[in-house]
Design a protein around this ligand. Structure first.
Ligand code: HEM
Length: 473
């Protein structure tokens, strides 16, 4: 009997491993001929770890570089627990994103559904997606040029810059996150930054985002588990905020722009959908904006010509205004080179490296087949860094955007029905911050600082900047 247990235990351990190995091998050997070439890696984990290996975000990374040179821009692999087709091809990426409804719906690993929530915008499809998305699209359309929003962004930018007057160094990414979150809290939720709930939301969001980009391990103490708990706390704070606002009466618009009012009076939305919308705007809007602003500042520190040209644009705008006069929507529309700088930073910096989709059926594309049920991974960064598409792709060159066709060769904000609805808000915020930053400071990055694809962008040292004021603020 005693000898029986080691045998049973060995069998117990061996059988699942043998099953997975066999399954992995049979899947590999039954691929039809037209499936793109590639390798599947280890059972279960496949090639996920090599795919996620961090690298400078303005490069493809060794995994993609190696696979593209061996198999071409479209290859097969095994990622996130599923056989996968990886596309580094701009034309195929566009096809995948444009045909999302019929052929390639979003598909995140099941374990991630808990962290994204039932109505998480990037997960949902069909009518419910259209309904929720429309609310955000309309809010962004009405807000981006609205004077209270512009004023709010400018005031927060100025107060941050003033707080740096005696500093020689700042942790820029951290500061940018504070500005972006405060804009959202003040403008979206009408929460004063001194209110305790503002700090609570900030802390919980930080925990949430750390877990969102971590390995989805539902074990005690992991970043992922902490994030799931943080999400519950954020949702409960948001519910309280909505309740409080309701008790004050809907008919009274808060002074200035008022997303909450728009959401609360929408009779098509239930409570869960309302909270989820606010959550998505906070989640979608704050880290990404801070990351893009940080990338702009990083790339400008390496490109003196672009820095100089940008400075001249903002000096011209400032000269056309009275002392201390706030920036207007017309000023923003005149920030043409700034616009190019922001787009170029999003091309070079690659905040979102890839997306998750799934093939609903066998799909023939050109001379190969994408098999039904496989994960489909459009790598957004790959065409940005493709020398057959862009001249010197690793060079930060905002002038390339003077050619209008450049826009058609990139997709930093995704595409198709899930195209980012918030980018216009981020652009205004970044442009206004840059206006005051470039007129008042010079900056330098540390030599060992660079943006890292982790897979979402991080900075190796939090973008530690040496700053020097250039005039009295
Ligand atoms: C500034 C840099 C930004 C980048 C690089 C960025 C990138 C993206 C990308 C790639 C997607 C597509 C996701 C997918 O297809 O699965 C997306 C969706 C989304 N973004 Fe952004 N975003 C940015 C700013 C913002 C801002 C400021 C907001 C909020 C106001 C926002 C809100 C959203 C939302 C709600 C979605 C989901 C849309 C949908 O699924 O229909 N984003 N973003």
């Amino acid at each position: 009997m005693v000898e029986f247990w080691p045998f049973t235990l060995a069998l117990f351990l061996f059988l699942p491993v043998a099953y997975l190995l066999l399954k992995h091998l049979t899947v590999s050997s039954t691929y039809p001929k037209q499936i793109p070439e590639g390798t599947m890696g280890w059972p279960v984990v496949g090639e996920t770890l090599s795919f996620l290996k961090p690298h400078e975000s303005y490069t493809m990374g060794s995994f993609l570089q190696d696979r593209c040179s061996r198999y071409g821009k479209v290859f097969k692999s095994h990622l996130f627990g599923s056989p996968a087709i990886v596309s580094c091809d701009h034309e195929l990426n566009t096809y995948i994103l444009q045909n999302e409804r019929k052929l390639f719906p979003p598909s995140y690993p099941k374990v991630m559904h808990d962290i994204l929530g039932e109505y998480g915008m990037i997960l949902i499809t069909g009518d419910i997606h259209k309904k929720l998305r429309n609310v955000i699209v309309n809010i962004v359309r009405d807000t981006k040029s609205e004077s209270h929003y512009l004023r709010c962004v400018e005031k927060l930018s100025l107060s941050t810059l003033k707080s740096w007057v005696d500093c020689k160094e700042v942790a820029f990414y951290e500061e940018a996150k504070q500005v972006a979150l405060h804009v959202m809290l003040q403008y979206l939720l009408h929460i004063d930054l001194e209110e305790p709930v503002a700090l609570k939301l900030l802390t919980d969001f930080e925990t949430y985002i750390k877990g969102f980009v971590s390995l989805p391990l539902k074990l005690p103490g992991t970043a992922y588990t902490k994030a799931m708990k943080a999400r519950v706390r954020v949702i409960s704070s948001l519910k309280e905020i909505l309740q409080e606002r309701r008790s004050k009466g809907f008919d009274r618009l808060a002074e200035g722009g008022d997303y909450l009012h728009i959401i609360l009076v929408n009779e098509n939305l239930n409570e869960e959908e309302m909270v989820s919308l606010v959550f998505d705007m906070l989640f979608g809007g704050y880290e990404t904006t801070a990351k893009l602003l940080s990338l702009v500042v990083y790339f400008l520190s390496k490109a003196p010509n672009a820095f100089q040209k940008l400075k001249e644009e903002h000096e011209t705008i400032r000269r056309s205004k009275k002392d201390g006069e706030p920036l207007s929507w017309e000023d923003y529309q005149n920030m043409k080179f700034t616009n190019n700088v922001i787009y170029e930073a999003s091309r070079c910096g690659n905040i979102v490296k890839f997306l998750h989709r799934k093939a609903l059926k066998d799909i023939k594309y050109k001379d190969f087949v994408i098999p039904s049920g496989w994960l489909v991974v459009p790598v957004l960064s790959a065409p940005h860094l493709d020398s057959t598409i862009h001249e010197n792709p690793q060079e930060f060159n905002p002038w390339r955007w003077e050619d209008e066709t450049t826009m058609k060769k990139v997709a930093p904000f995704g595409g198709g029905p899930h195209l980012c609805p918030g980018f216009d808000l981020a652009k205004v915020e970044i442009s206004f911050f840059l206006h005051h930053f470039i007129l008042n400071y010079r900056w330098k990055t540390k030599v060992d600082e660079y943006p890292l694809a982790y897979p979402y962008v991080e900075f190796t040292r939090g973008l530690q900047l040496e700053i020097e004021p250039v005039m009295d603020m």
